[in-house]
Ligand binder design. Sequence first.
Ligand code: NAD
Length: 439
Amino acid sequence: MTKLSSNIQSVFEIQSQQKWVNKASSAKQRIDKLQRLKQVIQSRKQDVIQALHVDLRRDAETAEAELLITYGEIEHCVAELANWMAPVEVDSTPLADSRARIITEGRGIVLLFSPWNFPFALLFAPLVSIIAAGNCAMIKPNELAPNISKLAADIIRDVFDEKDVAAFEGGVALANEMLELPIDHVFFTGSPAVGKIVMTAAAKHLASVTLELGGKNPVIIDRTADLRDAAEKIAVMRNINHGQVCLCPENIWVPQEMASEFMAIVQGTFQSLYYKDGKLNPDVNGKMIDERNFDRVKSYIDDAREKGANIVFGGQADTELRSIHPTIMTDVPTNAKIMGEETFGPILNIFTYNHVDEAVSSIQQQPKPLALYIFTKDDDFIEMILSKTSSGGVTVNDCAVHFNVPALPFGGVNGSGIGAYHGKHGFTELSHQRSVLVM
Ligand code: NAD
C-alpha cells in the first residue's frame, strides 16, 4: 500500500468515527444539511454558470439545467425522506411469536468521483443521495473541469464540516490514493475503462460500488415513426454539450428506404441550429474538453474515412474553436476504431435495415448500452424491442428524457454500469437494507 497523504488519512479517521453518528441521524438533521446545501448553491448560481462557460463553453440555459437537476434531487429528498427512512414491517412466517422489519442504514464512508461532462450536477446529485442515506463522503471533483472543481470544493467546505463531507482536488494520482482507503462504498461516474479500475480497487476492501458508466447508445427507428420529429430530436441530442453526454444517441438504425430523408432532415437541423454565415457558430457549439479528446474524436473520423466510411455531413475539426463539426457517417466498417469505443463527440453513425432483426442482432452483440431509444407509433414494436434487448434505460420517441423522471432508477447494466440512483432509488442505493428479527 502506498503511503497516504496525511490530510486524506486524517479525514478518513475522523469520518470513521462520524459515520456512526450520521447513520443514527434523523430525517430532520439530514434535511437541514440538504437545505443548507441548496441555499449556498443558489447564492453561487452566477459563479456556476460562469465556471461551466469557461470549462465547457456551456451556454447559460444548459448550465442552469445542472442547477435544476441538483435542486430537483434536493427538493424530492426533503419532501420524501422521512417516508423513505421509515422501517418496513414484514411477515415473519414461519417463526411464530416474532416481529420482523427491514431498516435502512447508511453504508458509512462513500468515495465520490464525478465526470467532467456535467461536472456540477453529477457531483451534487449523487451527494444528495449520499447525505439523505446518512453517510459521510470523501469527494474528488473532476480535474478536467478545473473551474467547477474549485467552485464545488469551495461550496462543500462552506456547507459541511469535513467530518461529514470533505472535498479533495486532484487527478488520477489522487483518485488512486483515495482508492487505497478501506472505505465502505464508491460512487463513480466515468468511463467503463476506469470503472474497472475502481471496482478492482473496491474489491480489495469488499466495498460496494455504484458505477455510472457510458457506452454506445443505439436508436431504432420504426417504419411507423414520425421521421421529422425523430431526426430533429436525434440531431439536437447528438450535439448537446458537443456530443459529450453519456446519453447521446450514437448508432442510428433506420429502415433502408427512409435513410436518405432521415439524413436530409438531420443535416438541415445541424445547419439551421449550429452554423452562422456558413461557419460553425461558437455561441451554440460547445468545445471538446481538452486537446486529447479533440484529437481522439478527430481520429475516429480520419480512421473511418480511411477505412471506407462515407462522410455525409461535417467531418471537419476546427482547431481554433477546439470543436468537431456535427458529423454524419454511413458505411462505417466494423474494424473502424469508432465502432469499438464510445465516441463522446458529435458524430452520428447511420446504419440501415430491411428487417428490424438486423438491428436487434447487431445491438445484442454489443455491450449493453446505458440507453436505447425507439421511435415508433406501434406499441407492439416497443414491446418486441424491449423483449429482445437490454440497456440501462429506454426513452421512446425522444432521447435521454428518462433521466428527468425521479421515479425511474437511473443507471447502466454490465458494460454501462452497476447500480442506479435518482430520488428514492438513490437513497436505497446508498443504504444498506438491514433485516431485524425480534423473537
Ligand atoms: P474518466 O473515467 O476518465 O474519469 C472519471 C474519474 O476517474 C475522474 O475523477 C478521474 O480523475 C478518475 N480517473 C481517471 N483515470 C483514472 C485511473 N487510471 N485510475 C483511477 N482514477 C482515474 O471519465 P470522464 O472522462 O471524466 O467522463 C467521461 C465518461 O463518463 C464517459 O464514458 C461517459 O459516458 C461517462 N459518464 C457516465 C454518466 C452516467 O451517468 N452513466 C454520466 C456522465 C458521464
